[in-house]
Design a protein around this ligand. Sequence first.
Ligand SMILES: NC(=O)c1ccc[n+]([C@@H]2O[C@H](COP(=O)([O-])OP(=O)(O)OC[C@H]3O[C@@H](n4cnc5c(N)ncnc54)[C@H](O)[C@@H]3O)[C@@H](O)[C@H]2O)c1
Length: 437
Amino acid sequence: MTKKQLLMEKISNHSAIIGVVGLGYVGLPFAVEKGKVGFKVIGIEQNSQRAQMINKGQNYILDVDDEELKKLVDNDFITAEIDFQLVPEMDVIVICVPTPLTRNLTPDLHYVDSVTREIAPRMRPGQLITLESTTYPGTTEEIMLPILQTSGLKVEEDFFLAHSPERVDPGNLRYTTKNTNKVVGGVGSESLDVAMTFYGQTIDHVVPVSCAKAAELSKVFENTFRAVNIALVNEITMLCDRMGLNVWEVLDASFTKPFGIMPFYPGPGVGGHCIPLDPHYLEWKAKEVNFNTHFIALAGEINRKMPEFVRDKAIRILNAAGVPSSKARILVMGVAYKKDIKDERESPAIDIIRLLQKEFAEVIYHDPYVEHFNEHGLIMQSSPLSEEIVASCDLVIITTDHSNIDYQWLVDKSKRIFDTRNTTKQVTGGRVKITLL
Ligand SMILES: NC(=O)c1ccc[n+]([C@@H]2O[C@H](COP(=O)([O-])OP(=O)(O)OC[C@H]3O[C@@H](n4cnc5c(N)ncnc54)[C@H](O)[C@@H]3O)[C@@H](O)[C@H]2O)c1
């Protein structure tokens, strides 16, 4: 049997040992999905607190079921390590580490680079390595492959290398890791075969592409598509504000067309680990071939402007009520970057808080999922959502449309509301208090 056949057999009969590097929003749900079908999963997580929690069967990711994780840990299907000593035991190694941007909006691949350097000296023949982190086209072949080949092993013969971008949508109950189509590209046809077999074990539909670069580009394109369309509706929002039109009514009317259009909605800006960051990976890489990605630059510019637009409109609402911003008490409802999750990374709500604080307003926030945050030195604690607190605020700004808030109650108890998400759409009483984005 060749190394490839042996590995494919181990994968098919689920005796392969799966390593997952980085047990975060992507890595932990993935590890659980593999554990559930009988694979033994070894996680490598540099955050020792997280690794300890896993080994005690304690969950810290909202999309993961507490009981399911505990059962898998108790039955030895999932364990966590803080170093790479067990790499030789693994048949498949899946990398799910962060891919942030530097302050100058250029790719920061130091996580991918450092884990690849940890893996290379510990590799053995017959392993599949796949990268799931979102990145620019070329990362797997140009950054990872040369490092992995310092092991002396030959790709496509001794080991296999692929890119399969993660598409998890935190908080989405309809589309999970299992029923979301997964794109896979290998650095060669042998790697593609092995990776297709691996992903096919737990994912309903796996979509092959001709190379790892195509898989990498497909993912950044998906996020660019969202960033550009969100920027388009955000721009229309600012135009509607000037024209005195209700953008939500305009968009809802447009989206009744049954073809040639798809719904995107405006908001206070974009947040999270994907939409504000990933397009800039492509923008940076495009420069290497002397190409300017105009849409990406423009979308980034418009989306980053939204928190300032929210601030300006909030000040207008306060002025109309005779309250100067320096005397205003403002309640920001929601700092998670999107509804029903507890991730506040890159959240526009936090930018809005800072901007309002610069106008000398007293700003408090409430988020049922984010009890406290520390973002670049701004440390805040979620305030309770009591009738007294809501009534004491001159303005409530809804920045995240969490489902577990009683919005009719919020409107009833507040003096005035600025709703940046049209979350109060179904609210019937007290509409006169509500201003929409
Ligand atoms: N969160 C999402 O919704 C989402 C969706 C699709 C794709 N992605 C992409 O997936 C990748 C991971 O994102 P995430 O949201 O899961 O990030 P995360 O920050 O939630 O998790 C990453 C984990 O990797 C760990 N880590 C960092 N360096 C490590 C190292 N050297 N060794 C071991 N562990 C290490 C961190 O401690 C952390 O627990 C990123 O490229 C992201 O763009 C994220």
